[in-house]
Design a protein around this ligand. Structure first.
Ligand SMILES: *Cc1c(COP(=O)(O)O)cnc(C)c1O
Length: 376
């Protein structure tokens, strides 16, 4: 069994994807072809924001947002402790300091109360000036934007939504990648909406920031890329990837998002009496199920369970092995001083199961049965 069956998806969409790629190659418009602009319009429309600026990957998208806001030396940016490395890496790369915040063990997302504590502590200590919050939509579930937005307003912080895993999710009818002052997503192949390589996008309603992101993404361009008004980077989405994404976005909207939710529900039913902590979607929220992540009982041996499942041809993954504040890259810095007991515990307890929109009910049931067996 595939952990995420991208081969099956290609079989289904092959004709359209092949045509899309072949058009780009025939026209030889590999960089900034018309498909890129079309895709940006479609993505902005789907998410419900004014501007979408595509770029080379999700990490660059985060960096571009921080560049547009001028975040750098002396600034503090609040980041959940349980996430993919990029969410905090970009803050250090910008010269600022990531301040890691513990997460809610039910949703895996940033705990708003812990966020407020961290902001107050940072203000008291006076070493870094609080500038922004990176809220991550982990495993497909939007963060608690009701509370997080209110906290950002109270302390005048900018809100950056890391929707790399969140694309397609929603909260009270509003779609992911529209919650931040700037939001981003990633089109890494295994994300909810993935391309055939690296890709990413920035979303915002703010005209000025959109202009700055467009400029920073193309060598700080002014009127053209040969007129350089600021120091930027080179971060564009290839036309081939845009062509692939146009086909995949259509399938995503028409049925993939619905099917992956159905598959997650099958897991929920099949595993409800298994003694595992199952992912919980709070009232009013909708997940795009980037991962189906359960928590094992404390006494369970995760490595052994993974081995038993692997012997039956069932791949599993551990997202994430290590909380951010324990990554070696932050050793010796103030970022390592975070106190995040929930993230520490989750890193030992979580296990993610195979999931994608193309899984049949019997496959999900087979994984659930094997899993229950492996737990004994
Ligand atoms: C994947 C991911 C990123 C980075 O995206 P890339 O396209 O791989 O650079 C950032 N944040 C989170 C939460 C991610 O899962």
């Amino acid at each position: 069994m595939e952990y995420r069956n991208l081969k099956k998806q290609y079989e289904v969409l092959k004709q359209e994807i092949d045509e899309g790629i072949s058009e780009v190659v025939s026209a030889a418009n590999f960089i900034s072809g018309s498909q890129v602009k079309e895709l940006e319009r479609q993505l902005a429309g789907y998410v419900g924001v004014k501007h979408c600026i595509s770029c080379a990957n999700g990490t660059d998208a985060l960096s571009l947002a921080l560049m547009a806001w001028g975040i750098g030396f002396g600034d503090g940016v609040f980041v959940p402790d349980f996430t993919y490395f990029s969410s905090g890496e970009v803050v250090s790369y910008a010269g600022a300091v990531p301040i890691f915040v513990d997460v809610d063990p039910c949703t895996y997302n940033m705990d708003p109360d812990r966020l407020e504590n961290a902001i107050q502590r940072t203000l008291r200590e006076g070493k870094y000036s609080p500038k922004a919050v990176v809220a991550v939509d982990l495993f497909g579930l939007p963060a608690d934007y009701g509370k997080i937005r209110a906290i950002c307003e109270e302390y005048q912080l900018l809100l950056l939504e890391d929707g790399a895993q969140g694309f397609g999710g929603s909260r009270q009818g509003k779609r992911a990648c529209s919650f931040g002052d700037i939001s981003i997503t990633s089109f890494f192949p295994a994300k909810p909406l993935g391309c055939y390589g690296d890709g990413g996008a920035v979303f915002t309603d703010n005209d000025e920031w959109a202009g700055l992101v467009r400029s920073y993404a193309v060598h700080g361009k002014g009127s053209s890329k040969y007129d350089n008004v600021r120091i930027g980077i080179n971060s564009r989405l290839d036309t081939i990837q845009a062509a692939v994404l146009q086909v995949k976005l259509k399938a995503f909207r028409e049925y993939e998002l619905e099917y992956v939710n159905r598959a997650a529900e099958w897991y929920g039913e099949a595993l409800k009496d298994s003694g595992l902590v199952l992912p919980e979607i709070p009232e009013g929220y909708f997940s795009s199920w980037a991962q189906y992540t359960v928590q094992l009982p404390e006494e369970a041996n995760r490595g052994e369970i993974q081995e038993r499942l692997k012997a039956q041809g069932i791949p599993t993954m551990v997202y994430y092995q290590k909380p951010m504040h324990r990554q070696k890259a932050f050793a010796g810095t103030d970022s390592a001083k975070a106190d995040c007991p929930e993230a520490d515990r989750l890193c030992k307890a979580v296990l993610s199961l195979p999931l994608d929109p193309y899984k049949e009910k019997q496959e999900i049931m087979a994984v659930a049965d094997a899993f229950k067996g492996a737990l004994k």
